[in-house]
Design a protein around this ligand. Structure first.
Ligand SMILES: [Zn+2]
Length: 76
């Protein structure tokens, strides 16, 4: 099942843009988010985001399974 992912169009002070799942509680305001597309997992979403913003990283809240799972599959 694919999920929608967004990237925060406003970089943080360190220059990074944060990627979020559509249901993340930390999803930025509508005017600060850029729709990335539908992806199987956030690793793919971050890969897409890096083509737009080379400094992209997964949100600590919704993308932290990347550190827990070798698969990198996002599970709801
Ligand atoms: Zn998030």
């Amino acid at each position: 099942m694919k999920n929608r992912f967004y990237v925060n169009s406003m970089a943080y002070s360190d220059g990074y843009h944060e990627v979020h799942h559509e249901k993340c509680q930390l999803l930025p305001n509508a005017n600060q988010q850029l729709f990335l597309g539908y992806f199987e997992n956030f690793s793919e979403a971050i890969g897409k985001s890096k083509r737009i913003y080379p400094l992209s990283m997964g949100c600590q809240f919704c993308c932290k399974k990347k550190h827990d799972s070798k698969q990198g599959i996002f599970e709801l």
